[in-house]
Write a protein that binds this ligand. Structure first.
Ligand code: ADP
Ligand code: ADP
Ligand code: ZN
Length: 213
Protein backbone atom coordinates (compact mmCIF):
# COMPACT_ATOMS: atom_id res chain seq x y z
CA UNK A 1 0.00 0.00 0.00
CA UNK A 2 1.26 3.48 -0.85
CA UNK A 3 1.84 6.17 1.74
CA UNK A 4 -1.27 8.03 2.80
CA UNK A 5 -0.74 11.77 3.00
CA UNK A 6 -3.45 14.19 4.01
CA UNK A 7 -3.77 17.88 4.74
CA UNK A 8 -6.20 19.41 7.23
CA UNK A 9 -6.98 22.97 6.21
CA UNK A 10 -9.00 25.54 8.10
CA UNK A 11 -8.80 28.69 10.17
CA UNK A 12 -7.28 28.76 13.68
CA UNK A 13 -9.79 27.11 16.01
CA UNK A 14 -11.57 25.11 13.29
CA UNK A 15 -10.75 21.85 15.06
CA UNK A 16 -7.78 20.62 13.01
CA UNK A 17 -5.82 19.49 16.06
CA UNK A 18 -8.87 17.84 17.61
CA UNK A 19 -9.57 15.89 14.44
CA UNK A 20 -5.90 15.02 13.87
CA UNK A 21 -5.70 13.38 17.29
CA UNK A 22 -8.55 11.08 16.30
CA UNK A 23 -7.19 10.43 12.82
CA UNK A 24 -3.85 9.24 14.18
CA UNK A 25 -5.62 6.28 15.74
CA UNK A 26 -8.05 5.65 12.91
CA UNK A 27 -5.45 5.79 10.13
CA UNK A 28 -2.30 4.72 11.95
CA UNK A 29 -0.27 7.62 10.57
CA UNK A 30 1.31 10.46 12.58
CA UNK A 31 0.08 14.03 12.79
CA UNK A 32 2.59 16.64 11.74
CA UNK A 33 1.63 19.99 13.23
CA UNK A 34 3.98 22.86 12.44
CA UNK A 35 2.50 24.78 15.40
CA UNK A 36 3.48 21.90 17.71
CA UNK A 37 6.93 21.62 16.10
CA UNK A 38 7.50 25.36 16.54
CA UNK A 39 6.34 25.33 20.17
CA UNK A 40 8.65 22.36 20.85
CA UNK A 41 11.57 24.25 19.28
CA UNK A 42 10.84 27.22 21.53
CA UNK A 43 10.61 25.05 24.61
CA UNK A 44 13.92 23.39 23.71
CA UNK A 45 15.47 26.83 23.26
CA UNK A 46 16.88 26.13 19.80
CA UNK A 47 18.07 28.96 17.57
CA UNK A 48 15.11 28.35 15.26
CA UNK A 49 12.75 28.45 18.23
CA UNK A 50 14.16 31.80 19.27
CA UNK A 51 13.77 33.19 15.77
CA UNK A 52 10.16 32.01 15.57
CA UNK A 53 9.11 33.42 18.94
CA UNK A 54 8.22 37.00 18.08
CA UNK A 55 6.17 36.00 15.03
CA UNK A 56 4.15 33.45 16.99
CA UNK A 57 3.47 35.79 19.88
CA UNK A 58 2.23 38.42 17.44
CA UNK A 59 0.04 35.97 15.50
CA UNK A 60 2.06 36.37 12.31
CA UNK A 61 3.36 33.56 10.14
CA UNK A 62 6.86 32.36 10.93
CA UNK A 63 9.09 32.86 7.83
CA UNK A 64 8.79 30.05 5.30
CA UNK A 65 12.48 29.11 5.44
CA UNK A 66 12.27 28.31 9.16
CA UNK A 67 9.03 26.35 8.86
CA UNK A 68 10.24 24.44 5.81
CA UNK A 69 13.42 23.35 7.54
CA UNK A 70 11.38 21.96 10.46
CA UNK A 71 9.00 20.17 8.09
CA UNK A 72 11.88 18.78 6.04
CA UNK A 73 13.43 17.27 9.15
CA UNK A 74 10.11 15.86 10.37
CA UNK A 75 9.20 14.27 7.03
CA UNK A 76 12.54 12.49 6.98
CA UNK A 77 11.75 10.59 10.16
CA UNK A 78 11.00 6.89 9.99
CA UNK A 79 7.36 7.11 11.12
CA UNK A 80 6.50 9.45 8.22
CA UNK A 81 7.23 6.75 5.63
CA UNK A 82 3.71 5.31 5.69
CA UNK A 83 2.12 8.74 5.48
CA UNK A 84 0.94 11.56 7.72
CA UNK A 85 -1.66 14.16 8.46
CA UNK A 86 -0.39 17.70 7.94
CA UNK A 87 -2.04 20.07 10.42
CA UNK A 88 -1.37 23.77 10.06
CA UNK A 89 0.92 23.30 7.06
CA UNK A 90 0.96 24.52 4.34
CA UNK A 91 -0.17 27.96 5.47
CA UNK A 92 0.40 29.90 2.26
CA UNK A 93 0.87 29.24 -1.46
CA UNK A 94 4.68 29.31 -1.20
CA UNK A 95 4.63 26.50 1.38
CA UNK A 96 2.22 24.47 -0.78
CA UNK A 97 4.54 24.94 -3.76
CA UNK A 98 7.52 23.87 -1.67
CA UNK A 99 5.69 20.67 -0.72
CA UNK A 100 4.71 19.98 -4.31
CA UNK A 101 8.23 20.66 -5.57
CA UNK A 102 9.55 17.91 -3.32
CA UNK A 103 7.39 15.55 -5.36
CA UNK A 104 5.11 14.82 -2.43
CA UNK A 105 1.69 13.70 -3.63
CA UNK A 106 -1.09 14.45 -1.21
CA UNK A 107 -4.14 12.20 -1.43
CA UNK A 108 -6.75 14.55 -0.02
CA UNK A 109 -7.11 18.02 1.50
CA UNK A 110 -9.94 18.36 4.00
CA UNK A 111 -11.14 21.90 4.57
CA UNK A 112 -12.78 22.24 8.00
CA UNK A 113 -15.25 25.09 7.60
CA UNK A 114 -16.10 27.22 10.64
CA UNK A 115 -17.29 30.80 10.24
CA UNK A 116 -15.34 33.64 11.85
CA UNK A 117 -17.98 34.40 14.47
CA UNK A 118 -17.55 30.95 16.07
CA UNK A 119 -13.74 31.03 16.08
CA UNK A 120 -13.19 33.60 18.82
CA UNK A 121 -15.07 31.49 21.38
CA UNK A 122 -13.29 28.35 20.21
CA UNK A 123 -9.88 29.95 20.69
CA UNK A 124 -10.43 31.90 23.92
CA UNK A 125 -11.97 28.76 25.50
CA UNK A 126 -9.18 26.45 24.35
CA UNK A 127 -7.00 24.84 27.00
CA UNK A 128 -3.97 22.68 26.26
CA UNK A 129 -2.08 20.14 28.38
CA UNK A 130 1.50 21.30 28.97
CA UNK A 131 2.66 17.72 29.20
CA UNK A 132 0.96 15.72 26.43
CA UNK A 133 -0.60 18.42 24.24
CA UNK A 134 -4.20 17.17 24.64
CA UNK A 135 -6.67 19.90 23.71
CA UNK A 136 -9.73 20.84 25.74
CA UNK A 137 -12.36 23.55 25.72
CA UNK A 138 -13.86 25.12 28.82
CA UNK A 139 -17.39 24.69 27.42
CA UNK A 140 -17.45 22.04 24.72
CA UNK A 141 -14.71 19.67 25.94
CA UNK A 142 -13.83 20.37 29.59
CA UNK A 143 -11.40 18.35 31.68
CA UNK A 144 -13.05 16.28 34.46
CA UNK A 145 -10.97 18.10 37.09
CA UNK A 146 -10.31 21.77 36.46
CA UNK A 147 -6.81 22.46 35.17
CA UNK A 148 -5.82 18.78 35.15
CA UNK A 149 -5.40 16.71 31.99
CA UNK A 150 -7.70 13.67 31.80
CA UNK A 151 -5.17 11.81 29.68
CA UNK A 152 -1.96 12.28 31.67
CA UNK A 153 -2.64 14.33 34.81
CA UNK A 154 -0.54 17.21 33.47
CA UNK A 155 -1.28 20.89 33.94
CA UNK A 156 -3.81 22.29 31.49
CA UNK A 157 -3.47 25.97 30.57
CA UNK A 158 -4.17 28.61 27.96
CA UNK A 159 -1.88 29.22 25.01
CA UNK A 160 -0.31 32.68 25.11
CA UNK A 161 -1.50 33.43 21.57
CA UNK A 162 -5.11 32.47 22.39
CA UNK A 163 -5.69 36.02 23.49
CA UNK A 164 -8.27 38.28 21.82
CA UNK A 165 -5.82 40.77 20.27
CA UNK A 166 -3.49 38.09 18.90
CA UNK A 167 -6.46 36.02 17.70
CA UNK A 168 -7.61 38.98 15.60
CA UNK A 169 -4.20 39.02 13.86
CA UNK A 170 -4.23 35.26 13.33
CA UNK A 171 -7.66 35.40 11.69
CA UNK A 172 -6.56 38.23 9.42
CA UNK A 173 -3.43 36.30 8.46
CA UNK A 174 -5.59 33.25 7.76
CA UNK A 175 -7.85 35.18 5.38
CA UNK A 176 -4.99 36.87 3.57
CA UNK A 177 -2.43 34.09 3.34
CA UNK A 178 -4.00 30.70 4.04
CA UNK A 179 -7.53 30.85 2.60
CA UNK A 180 -6.20 31.07 -1.02
CA UNK A 181 -5.15 27.44 -0.52
CA UNK A 182 -8.81 26.43 -0.69
CA UNK A 183 -8.97 27.38 -4.35
CA UNK A 184 -5.41 26.13 -4.95
CA UNK A 185 -6.28 22.59 -3.85
CA UNK A 186 -9.78 22.67 -5.29
CA UNK A 187 -8.32 23.35 -8.75
CA UNK A 188 -6.15 20.30 -8.33
CA UNK A 189 -9.21 18.17 -7.48
CA UNK A 190 -7.97 17.40 -3.97
CA UNK A 191 -10.30 19.46 -1.81
CA UNK A 192 -13.28 18.26 0.22
CA UNK A 193 -15.06 20.54 2.69
CA UNK A 194 -16.72 19.49 5.92
CA UNK A 195 -18.94 21.50 8.26
CA UNK A 196 -16.79 22.09 11.34
CA UNK A 197 -19.62 23.55 13.41
CA UNK A 198 -21.06 20.14 14.24
CA UNK A 199 -19.95 18.20 17.32
CA UNK A 200 -16.40 16.82 17.17
CA UNK A 201 -17.79 13.27 16.77
CA UNK A 202 -19.94 14.23 13.79
CA UNK A 203 -17.10 16.24 12.24
CA UNK A 204 -14.85 13.20 12.63
CA UNK A 205 -17.25 10.98 10.67
CA UNK A 206 -17.44 13.65 7.97
CA UNK A 207 -13.64 13.92 7.79
CA UNK A 208 -13.26 10.16 7.48
CA UNK A 209 -15.86 10.11 4.71
CA UNK A 210 -14.07 12.98 2.95
CA UNK A 211 -10.77 11.10 3.07
CA UNK A 212 -12.26 8.11 1.29
CA UNK A 213 -14.13 10.03 -1.43
P1 ADP B 1 -7.20 24.12 15.47
O1 ADP B 1 -6.18 23.02 15.63
O2 ADP B 1 -7.87 24.09 14.14
O3 ADP B 1 -6.68 25.46 15.84
P2 ADP B 1 -8.44 22.88 17.85
O4 ADP B 1 -8.62 21.45 17.46
O5 ADP B 1 -7.36 23.21 18.79
O6 ADP B 1 -8.37 23.80 16.51
O7 ADP B 1 -9.85 23.38 18.42
C1 ADP B 1 -10.02 24.70 18.91
C2 ADP B 1 -10.90 24.67 20.17
O8 ADP B 1 -12.23 24.28 19.82
C3 ADP B 1 -10.44 23.64 21.21
O9 ADP B 1 -10.67 24.17 22.50
C4 ADP B 1 -11.31 22.41 20.95
O10 ADP B 1 -11.52 21.65 22.14
C5 ADP B 1 -12.60 23.05 20.46
N1 ADP B 1 -13.29 22.25 19.44
C6 ADP B 1 -12.70 21.52 18.44
N2 ADP B 1 -13.63 20.94 17.66
C7 ADP B 1 -14.84 21.31 18.16
C8 ADP B 1 -16.21 21.03 17.78
N3 ADP B 1 -16.49 20.29 16.70
N4 ADP B 1 -17.19 21.59 18.50
C9 ADP B 1 -16.90 22.39 19.57
N5 ADP B 1 -15.66 22.68 19.99
C10 ADP B 1 -14.62 22.16 19.30
P1 ADP C 1 -3.82 27.30 15.35
O1 ADP C 1 -4.17 26.32 16.40
O2 ADP C 1 -4.30 28.66 15.60
O3 ADP C 1 -4.13 26.84 13.97
P2 ADP C 1 -0.95 26.68 15.25
O4 ADP C 1 -0.61 25.96 16.47
O5 ADP C 1 -1.12 25.91 13.99
O6 ADP C 1 -2.25 27.55 15.52
O7 ADP C 1 0.10 27.84 14.98
C1 ADP C 1 0.52 28.74 15.99
C2 ADP C 1 1.48 29.76 15.39
O8 ADP C 1 2.65 29.08 14.88
C3 ADP C 1 0.93 30.54 14.21
O9 ADP C 1 0.20 31.68 14.61
C4 ADP C 1 2.22 30.91 13.46
O10 ADP C 1 2.88 31.99 14.10
C5 ADP C 1 3.07 29.67 13.66
N1 ADP C 1 2.91 28.67 12.57
C6 ADP C 1 2.37 27.42 12.67
N2 ADP C 1 2.41 26.79 11.50
C7 ADP C 1 2.98 27.65 10.62
C8 ADP C 1 3.30 27.58 9.23
N3 ADP C 1 3.01 26.48 8.48
N4 ADP C 1 3.87 28.67 8.67
C9 ADP C 1 4.16 29.77 9.38
N5 ADP C 1 3.89 29.90 10.67
C10 ADP C 1 3.31 28.85 11.31
ZN1 ZN D 1 -1.96 15.60 29.19
Amino acid sequence: MGARRFILLGPPGAGKGTQSARLIEALGVPQISTGDLLRAARKAGTELGKQAQAYMDAGQLVPDALVLSLVEERLAREDARTGYILDGFPRNIAQAEALASRGIAVERVVNVVVDSSALLGRLTGRRVCQQCGATYHIQTAPTSREGVCDACGGVVSQRKDDDAAVIANRLEVYHRETSPLIEYYDRRGLLRSVDGLQTADVVFDAVLAALEN
